[in-house]
Design a protein around this ligand. Structure first.
Ligand SMILES: [Zn+2]
Ligand SMILES: [Zn+2]
Length: 171
């Protein structure tokens, strides 16, 4: 699968496609680690994060710390210089639904509802806002889900057709 377009609901939830869930072995109640990366939300299952820097690590690690942080501790180095990666962990529900964090949705200007692109990239699910394009003028502003036309084109269609028919009737 390349990618699929999914409608996000009013609660900011998306249904993770069955194909992706099966490929990545995401059962209900599986925790996903979410991060913002390159204008997308990336979601990784079956992983853990370093408790110091937020780096992704194997969930099997005894200390939940990345190799770099362990090495720094061993060498008595100062860790403050390291970039802290932020992340959010979310659990997939019984129906395979995932709530996209409002912080990330705001950062990506995703609004309350709308189309998102969901793509599987190796072990990572890449979720990004999908842009609906007007079939006529290629505008991306206020494009109707039903007609795949923007508001301006819909208004133009209404303005063109209705008055002409009225004129013909009047003649
Ligand atoms: Zn670390
Ligand atoms: Zn248009």
């Amino acid at each position: 699968m390349k990618y699929c377009e999914i409608e996000m609901d009013a609660l900011g939830r998306i249904a993770i496609p069955k194909e992706i869930r099966e490929t990545l072995n995401i059962a209900p109640k599986t925790a996903l680690t979410l991060q913002l990366k390159d204008n997308a939300i990336v979601a990784i299952a079956h992983t853990s994060v370093c408790q110091i820097c937020g780096e992704l690590i194997s969930p099997k690690k005894y200390f939940r710390l990345c190799d770099e942080c362990i090495a720094a501790i061993k060498a008595d180095e100062v860790l403050a210089v390291k970039t802290i990666k932020t992340y959010i962990q979310r659990v997939v529900d019984e129906r395979g639904m995932l709530v996209l964090p409002v912080e990330y949705r705001n950062a990506l200007n995703m609004g309350k509802t709308g189309l998102v692109n969901v793509e599987l990239n190796g072990e990572t699910i890449v979720i990004e806002p999908a842009t609906r394009v007007c079939a006529h003028c290629k505008s991306t502003v206020a494009v109707s889900k039903e007609y795949h036309l923007c508001n301006v084109c819909i208004e133009n269609i209404k303005r063109d057709y209705v008055p002409k028919e009225v004129e013909i009737i009047n003649e």
